[in-house]
Design a protein around this ligand. Structure first.
Ligand code: PHE
Length: 445
């Protein structure tokens, strides 16, 4: 048990890998349609509030637990507080499984879109026809699962490559490239004819649109996008060394994630209005809209291929962080080899992914609580399990660890932490009360 834990190769490597975990389908696929279905600008402001008021504090809390214990989520809670708290870590491992079961399916869609773009499937088609292609594809029984399988195998491959070599190397170069591409696309999108209405919808809050659902949606989106409440950040923190300035690096990660989500909204929503689509169209919004943006660009096919390749890689770096939660648990706690843990978990995840994928087509009539399997898996994790996990992590770090947690933020005992009091206040009061209020609204509202 004295093996030295593998650490990130460099500070930049950690930031890129953690940003790689945070930046993924949540930013580019989910954020635009969540903003679209929840009133646009008002959602945006509430979302930013959530990130600022408890997102950042919780990211720091998870990283601090990971770094002081150098353990997986279950082991970390057990080491700090004994058996009963390790349930929070266990909840995280379960959450990772469920998220991955739909994550691999949607990531498969992005792989399929690489192929569609390359084959010029959308050439000369209008948005209605693009929508039909999307619907036909996701509802077919076999094709999407083939793509999900390819993605799952890639994910297992990266996790088996180990932390520093596999995850870090993939993230360091490709994330900046995705960012540049999003900037280019945003410029194209906001200059499309009729885009102005979309810009106004996205940036000018209409508070009359705000409901309890807007708040709940913003909170769950913040958890999902920041990879919070289920131990992913904790696990990545466990590979962090003491020299790293934790608050500063955490702020970088949160800032990058937020920037990418904002940009993605600026790509999708103006294009939605320009094409006359419904912003509340739901989970297909990004896939229905983007081909129309590429069609209006010189060398659009090349841009399209590059974009979906990079999105698939962004999804891969997020999926890898989810699988890493599961793998580090089975390796540290159950003594499995990395190979067995990663392949076994990957297989189970793909099996759960089968009904999730079929729920978009042949099994669309089968619902749980009025939701398709995909929506239900998304709802259970982002709106229930992650907020509950986050609530306990906030209470744990704020009350149980308290001043000890502030020490864990420091790289050396003399480092000054001017905002430590505010951080603890947020973890003790603001985050738990805010999250509890949203959860109660969700159940009884
Ligand atoms: N944050 C990732 C995204 O936005 C999803 C994710 C959630 C990753 C939880 C890790 C843990 O796509």
């Amino acid at each position: 048990m004295t093996a030295v834990r593998e650490h990130w190769g460099s500070r930049m490597g950690f930031i890129m890998a953690s940003a790689g975990s945070a930046v993924g389908l949540g930013n580019v696929w989910k954020f635009p349609y969540m903003a679209g279905s929840n009133g646009g600008g008002a959602f945006l402001i509430i979302y930013l509030g959530c990130v600022l008021f408890f997102g950042l504090s919780l990211v720091m809390a998870e990283l601090a637990i990971g770094r002081t214990t150098q353990l997986n989520p279950v082991g970390a809670f057990r080491k700090l507080a004994g058996r009963s708290w390790s349930v929070v870590g266990g909840l995280g491992v379960a959450t990772a499984f469920i998220i991955l079961s739909f994550y691999v399916v949607v990531a498969g869609w992005t792989l399929a879109y690489v192929v569609f773009m390359a084959a010029d499937t959308f050439g000369g088609l209008n948005v209605d026809q693009n929508t039909t292609i999307f619907t036909q594809f996701v509802s077919s029984p076999v094709q999407p699962l083939v793509y999900a399988a390819v993605f799952t195998v890639a994910m297992i491959g990266v996790v088996l490559g180990g932390v520093a070599s596999g995850i870090e190397r993939a993230s360091k170069w490709l994330m900046p490239l995705l960012f540049v591409l999003l900037v280019v696309l945003a410029i194209r999108s906001v200059t499309l004819p009729g885009a102005g209405a979309g810009i106004a919808f996205y940036l000018m809050p209409d508070w009359s649109q705000v409901t309890a659902g807007t708040w709940g949606g913003a909170v769950s989106q913040a958890f999902f996008s920041l990879s919070l409440g289920m131990g992913a950040m904790l696990t990545y923190g466990s590979y962090m060394s003491n020299e790293q300035n934790l608050p500063r690096d955490a702020s970088m990660v949160v800032g990058l994630d937020t920037l990418v989500a904002l940009l993605a909204g600026l790509v999708i929503l103006p294009a939605v209005f320009s094409a006359g689509l419904e912003p509340g169209a739901g989970a297909g919004l990004t896939f229905m809209t983007l081909p129309a943006v590429f069609a209006e660009m010189p060398a659009g096919t090349i841009f399209g291929i590059a974009f979906f390749v990079l999105l698939a890689i962004a999804a891969l770096t997020s999926a890898v962080s989810l699988l890493e939660v599961v793998v580090s648990y089975f390796v540290d706690e159950k003594g499995f080899s990395r190979t067995i843990a990663a392949s076994g978990a990957g297989l189970v995840i793909f099996m759960i992914g089968i009904p999730v994928s079929l729920s978009q087509g042949v099994w669309s009539d089968v619902t749980i609580a009025g939701k398709s399997f995909l929506d239900f898996a998304d709802f259970m994790t982002s709106s229930v399990m992650m907020p509950i996990g986050g609530l306990f992590i906030a209470l744990f770090v704020g009350w149980f660890m308290g001043p000890r947690a502030v020490e864990a933020l420091k790289s050396h005992p003399e480092q000054s932490m001017p905002l430590a009091g505010l951080w603890l206040f947020i973890l003790r009061f603001v985050a738990p009360l805010g999250i509890a209020w949203i959860l109660i609204q969700g159940f009884f509202g």
